[in-house]
Design a protein around this ligand. Structure first.
Ligand code: VGL
Ligand code: ZN
Length: 213
């Protein structure tokens, strides 16, 4: 099968990762050209019967916010019990405008929204597991009960929440396909290239949206 002939079936899901105001231009953790994914995702989503959205959804005292660690600055890293954590600008606080889905996102047939990063002491880039690698969000069970075999992923940011979700999808036994042109990365100290290396090693496929027939 050539890459230009992928037709989504009832065993496929589109995971739309964190297309939220906080990650768009003007947001506190803006991803460069993040707004460009919105019209593309709106179009791609029409091809999928099953669409799941995710929202980064942090309490104000979340451990990933530099503001909650006196003497630190955004984008530096600290050691936490579950591993190294990048400290971020305050973003996507539960119920805030930053946490709202992008106003232009139009995916009315999406049936599930997964909110993640809800616990104060642990971050969650992945739609499947929190950053300890073992606390599940429930998404894997939901997808299995729906007979899903393959996850297509798009959204923000390629090198954090999209990559971690795609790799965890593989760990949970799903095929995983990242739609590159419908995603944008933060690229912190080479994190984008590293994320692609890690995704390739995990068996994640990389396509352009034009490959969806
Ligand atoms: C994300 C950094 C912090 C993401 C979320 O959606 O990729 N990145 N929180
Ligand atoms: Zn976050």
């Amino acid at each position: 099968m050539t890459p230009s002939s992928i037709t989504p079936t009832v065993h496929d899901v589109l995971l739309v990762i964190d297309v939220q105001n906080g990650f768009l231009p003007g947001g506190s953790l803006a991803v460069g050209r993040g707004d460009e994914v919105v019209p593309l995702i709106n179009a791609i989503a029409q091809r999928f019967r099953y669409v799941v959205l995710t929202q980064d959804w942090h309490p104000a005292d979340h451990v990933s916010f530099a503001a909650n660690h006196p003497g630190t600055a955004p984008y530096q890293t600290i050691a936490l019990p579950y591993g190294t954590q990048v400290l971020w600008p305050t973003h996507c606080v539960q119920g805030s405008a930053s946490a709202a889905l992008a106003p232009g996102l139009e995916v009315p047939h999406a049936q599930l929204i997964i909110r993640k990063g809800c616990h104060r002491d642990i971050d969650s880039y992945s739609a499947f597991f929190e950053a300890d690698g073992k606390t599940p969000t429930g998404l894997a069970g939901y997808l299995r009960e729906r007979g899903i075999k393959r996850c297509f992923l798009a959204g923000l940011a390629t090198d954090f929440c999209v990559a971690w979700s795609a790799i965890d999808a593989r760990k949970q036994g799903f095929e995983a396909v990242v739609i590159d042109d419908a995603s944008r990365g933060i690229d912190l100290d080479g994190s984008l290239a590293k994320a692609w290396d890690d995704m390739s090693a995990a068996g994640v496929q990389r396509i352009e949206s034009t490959a969806l027939g």
